[in-house]
Ligand binder design. Structure first.
Ligand code: DGL
Length: 266
């Protein structure tokens, strides 16, 4: 069990920011990553569609011997995590990207925070409901920022276009006086520095990638699942391959990567 890989999935290559954070703190682990590039973006899909995709991908990761499955996508967590947790109860360990952040927020006593994410994540109201339940003294405002994903994927990161989009979204009145901003989408750590800069470094930018990676480490420790046999290999699969996906995958993973196509939809 211990030397089996950690299964990770996202709608595309954004979840590689989480894979990167995992490699930083768990370099001895083997990863198997699946990016559902054929169905990207999940942020605009229905809950029903995302549940169906997420279940199929979980099956793929488990049939490839994953010892745990990490949902590295907020849209998939918001739509499918509770459903998958019931489906796979007692069969595997599932980790998501939202609950670890909610736990972190509950340790900080913030008065007011913001969360940004895709339309699906924000309209699900998952963050707002969970913060209200776990940190009733913290006010949370939610804002959908759907242009960020295509902006980042098109490589507009540190230029006039990204500056204008970031400024336009984050100047929303509702976000005034926030003490922290949750990056509720696994693509967003790519623009973390620009967001920090927009707020003049006065707002804590909460990056789920790092938080989730440490929850994964604790979970592996607790279940005696840390790989003690040494790193062997990482595998990266996508449901639709293009050279472009491979190029941007390197930007998200911050390292060399080879994507393989896995046709799980036929
Ligand atoms: N990375 C996905 C998330 O965390 C967003 C990308 C998409 O819309 O597919 O929600």
């Amino acid at each position: 069990m211990k030397d089996q890989p950690i299964g990770i999935f996202d709608s595309g290559v954004g979840g590689l920011t989480v894979a990167h954070a995992i490699k930083q703190i768990l370099p001895g682990e083997n990863l198997i990553y699946f990016g559902d590039t054929a169905h990207l973006p999940y942020g605009d899909k229905s809950e029903e569609a995302i549940r169906y995709y997420s279940e199929k991908i979980t099956e793929f990761l488990l049939s490839n011997n994953s010892k745990v499955v990490l949902i590295a996508c907020n849209s998939a967590t918001a739509s499918a995590f509770d459903y998958l947790k019931e489906e796979y109860a007692g069969k595997t360990i599932l980790i998501d990207v939202i609950n670890p952040v909610i736990d972190y927020i509950s340790t900080r006593n913030f008065k007011k925070i913001g969360v940004i994410g895709t339309k699906r994540t924000i309209s699900s109201d998952t963050y707002a409901q969970k913060v209200a339940a776990k940190s009733p003294g913290t006010q949370i405002v939610s804002l959908a920022t759907p242009l960020f994903v295509p902006m980042i994927e098109e490589g507009f990161i540190f230029d006039d276009i990204s500056n204008a989009i970031i400024r336009t979204y984050l100047s929303a009145d509702s976000l005034s006086d926030i003490q922290a901003l949750i990056l509720g989408c696994t693509h967003y750590p790519i623009i973390r520095n620009q967001i920090n800069k927009f707020f003049n470094f006065n707002v804590e930018v909460v990056d789920s990638a790092r938080i989730v990676a440490s929850v994964l480490r604790e979970t592996l420790e607790k279940n005696n699942l840390l790989n003690d046999k040494g790193f062997l290999k990482d595998q990266f699969f996508v449901s639709d391959y293009t050279d472009y996906f491979e190029k941007i995958a390197r930007m998200f993973f911050e390292g060399e990567i080879n994507l393989k196509k896995a046709d799980i939809w036929n």
